[in-house]
Design a protein around this ligand. Structure first.
Ligand SMILES: [Fe+2]
Length: 201
């Protein structure tokens, strides 16, 4: 299995997010998850399967943390990808789908931002293959609360480490700023990449 690589940031700072805040988050925290996935997978290659046990075993601990670290990588990459210094309103398929599934962009945005205050970890605008619709999902920890078969199209990190240097405890200000830094070309690119039009209902 090939090793994961750190995906570079496309910007140094964003409106409302300083270079230091972003570099601590990307270069230290996110890069740490990449390193741990590779370390865990190397250990899994040599784990003793005969000792597998649901209370404690090397296999159990490694598999649980593989899910935690790998989702940490995926969610962070999506989060950093879908922000841009040139934030924009949605266009294309994602704009039409949001309006159809939430009533309007404003209604979706109000729900998504409120989820940002309700979640302890992540808010994800996801396309659920099960019903062919968009949903705002939350999860508190990388490997708990994700919905199987749902494709993340927009990801918001609400862990304190994502904003504490710039905002201290003012999470609402951070979330409001995030909503103005969105690159909707990424969501439309994912819709095309995964051919989600074929699953749209
Ligand atoms: Fe984070």
């Amino acid at each position: 299995m090939s090793e994961l690589q750190v995906k570079p940031l496309n910007y140094k700072e964003l409106p409302g997010l300083s270079e230091r805040q972003l570099s601590e988050h990307h270069d230290v925290l996110y890069a740490g998850y990449v390193k741990k996935v590779n370390e865990i997978r190397a250990a899994l290659a040599n784990v003793d399967l005969s000792k597998s046990n649901g209370t404690y075993s090397d296999l159990r601990e490694l598999k649980v943390e593989e899910g935690f670290a790998l989702n940490g990588v995926k969610l962070h990459e999506a989060y950093f990808d879908n922000m841009t210094p040139q934030g924009q309103q949605p266009a294309g398929d994602i704009a039409g789908w949001i309006a159809a599934d939430f009533g309007s962009y404003e209604k979706w945005a109000a729900d998504f931002a409120a989820c940002g205050l309700a979640a302890r970890g992540w808010v994800v605008l996801a396309f659920d293959l099960a019903d062919g619709k968009l949903h705002n999902y939350v999860c508190d920890i990388h490997n708990q609360g994700g919905v199987w078969g749902a494709i993340p199209l927009l990801v918001l990190d609400v862990y304190e480490h994502a904003y504490f240097l710039d905002y201290a405890t003012a999470r609402k200000k951070y979330v409001d700023g995030f909503m103005t830094n969105l690159d909707w070309n990424v969501a439309n690119g994912l819709i095309a990449k995964y051919e989600l039009n074929k699953h749209r209902k």
